[in-house]
Design a binder for this molecule. Structure first.
Ligand SMILES: NC(=O)c1ccc[n+]([C@@H]2O[C@H](COP(=O)([O-])OP(=O)(O)OC[C@H]3O[C@@H](n4cnc5c(N)ncnc54)[C@H](OP(=O)(O)O)[C@@H]3O)[C@@H](O)[C@H]2O)c1
Length: 253
């Protein structure tokens, strides 16, 4: 039975992905800050023997505990899914909050990737959750969009470095999804036109398929998102960022 450690698994895309993997027979370790939510999440998974690990990945001490777990337990898959955004104009939001999101979205992800890949063997997989914004800037969430570009490029380089060892690295980039992410970031899911918002079930199902196929280093979730991206490539950057600025939840406050 394959063992998976997934971060940000107490809700949203992470929990749904855990549910779908558990249904396929994977054995899950769920990581997030809220232990009560984690225990409830673990109980909702099919199968038995799933475990939880309460950790704040922005705390150096907690992060090292998870790294130690990655080194002592042999996991077949690490999914770096925990992430957070902040909607608002750069200069109007506290710098410390923006640096904290950079720490979670990038430093913690790199640290966990390093711990996992040191022990990885043929057949293992690392999945890093980026965003459609990896391919675009977003005024009103400038630090978040930049962090997700980092995740996508970082993951793609690792894919190449590890392919000969048959360790698969996937950068998975979802578009807007109906989780609590937007509320946590200071916006709401209804800020987005309904037709572009995917269900977390659909996002997770595409993620699981890409993980099992082990083919593409970079996957953009959802045909509507791939279509939008194609359209954006036809525009010059100035027009693209002007459109993103007009529709961004973070520019309306
Ligand atoms: N939803 C979208 O529209 C969307 C679009 C593109 C990309 N994404 C990406 O998809 C991933 C999952 O997002 P989501 O939509 O599922 O968001 P979500 O519903 O807000 O869930 C975030 C998860 O991360 C955990 N988390 C947050 N801060 C943490 C920390 N400091 N340490 C450990 N765990 C932490 C949360 O649990 P606790 O609060 O208990 O810690 C929760 O389990 C993120 O990387 C996000 O950037 C989301």
């Amino acid at each position: 039975m394959k063992k998976v450690l997934i971060t940000g698994a107490s809700g949203g895309i992470g929990l749904e992905t855990a549910k779908q993997l558990a249904a396929l027979g994977y054995h899950l370790t769920l990581v997030a800050r809220n232990e009560d939510k984690l225990n409830k999440a673990a109980k909702s998974l099919s199968g038995t023997g799933h475990t939880v690990f309460a950790a704040d990945l922005t705390s150096e001490e907690d992060l090292q505990k998870v790294v130690n777990d990655l080194k002592t337990e042999k996991y077949d898959v690490l999914i770096n899914n925990a992430g957070a955004g902040l909607y608002g104009k750069f200069i109007e939001m506290p710098l410390a909050d923006q640096l904290a999101t950079m720490h979670l979205n990038m430093d913690a992800l790199v640290t966990l990737s390093y711990g996992f890949l040191q022990n990885a063997s043929a057949g293992d997989s690392l999945v890093n959750i980026g965003s459609l914004l990896a391919h675009s800037s977003l005024p009103g969430a400038s630090v978040y969009a930049a962090a997700k570009s980092f995740v996508a490029n970082f993951s793609e380089s690792l894919w190449y470095e590890f392919k000969r060892k048959d360790v698969f690295v996937l950068g998975f980039n979802p578009g807007a999804a109906n989780s609590d992410f937007h509320a946590h970031a200071g916006g709401q899911t209804s800020d987005f036109p309904k037709f572009v918002v995917s269900s977390v079930e659909d996002v997770a199902s595409e993620l699981v398929k890409a993980l099992e196929k082990r083919q593409k280093p970079r996957v953009v979730q959802g045909w509507k998102n791939r279509f939008m991206l194609f359209g954006f490539r036809l525009l010059n950057r100035k027009s693209a960022v002007n459109i993103m600025g007009k529709i961004s939840p973070g520019m309306h406050s």
